[in-house]
Design a protein around this ligand. Sequence first.
Ligand code: AMP
Ligand code: MG
Length: 344
Amino acid sequence: MKKRIFTYLLILCTALFCLGGCAEKSREGDNGPAPSPERKGVSTSNTGFFFDTVVTLRLYDARDGLMDEIMSACGRYEALLSKTVEGSDVWRINHADGQPVQVSEETWQILQSAKHFYEISDGAFSITLAPVIALWGFTDGSERMPTDEERLTALALVDDSQLKLEGDRMVSLPAGMSIDLGGIAKGYIADKIAEMSEGNVSGAVLNFGGNVYVVGLKPDGSEYRIGIRDPQGTENDSKAILTVHDTSVVTSGIYERYFIKDGVWYHHILDPKTGMPAENELMSATIVSKSSMEADAMATICIVLGAERAQEILKAQGFDAVLLTKDNQSIVTDAFPYQIHFVQ
Ligand code: AMP
Ligand code: MG
């Protein structure tokens, strides 16, 4: 847990560090940021622990009370979406024993999106992977390698097509199955907090453990510089710097949560076909998108599919991304519209 918190803090520090000293770049073909309060340079920041992640928020020239509203919204989302909070929408779905459950509009939207990404990824993105995820213990810190028998038994409970979304936000799942929104919920929350900020700040950097959303501009009127971690380096080394405004930058990496056993690296992004950590040439996938939720799901999908299929799906779905490989290659999608500067 300590290692994880440290990692998140470092990702954030990289993002915040990059806030200084960057010249504004042209934003051709773009209408620029939404109107926002006058830029006075008053900065407020806050840190919390939500969604099993360190959340760090920095707001510039925020309207009075906005930070408190955002922090309580984070608490509300956690109470709705956490698998472990008794009475949350996800908890109720997982404990309904096959009975339909009515969920909130927020949960409904995430579930619909999760279904969409399950379908377009041919099952690489799967929220019903929860029983297998639980076996590996990456989320509760009880990390261990399941036996083949445990893994195969849990895999039999994985099938997102069995998750039924019916009229009036009714959700049902066969008894024994369960869902985990860890691969998509933070993106949804980042989008919602960004929406709350727009028009109420001159700028903001919202970091939900690797799902970063930047709103508006920095106090000096320039864009934000967001570092993409170098997976081969230490936690505060950047492989590349993106210059962006009003967008989300989401990275999934196999170094985020892992353990090493008998010299083998086991990480937290699992291949739903095998129940094992995805094994291919990719170390990280960074998606830049106005929708942090979509970027979140796509980043996870890329890691599961590997470089070649990831590039195909990114192209087919129209996402801009940077993929970093184990042999130190950087793959940038065609016609990448953001300024990217490779370090070294
Ligand atoms: P991310 O860091 O966004 O890629 O999300 C990783 C988290 O998503 C894990 O900690 C699991 O909770 C969950 N997860 C792991 N593998 C998958 C998968 N193939 N599809 C959907 N969610 C997954
Ligand atoms: Mg994800």
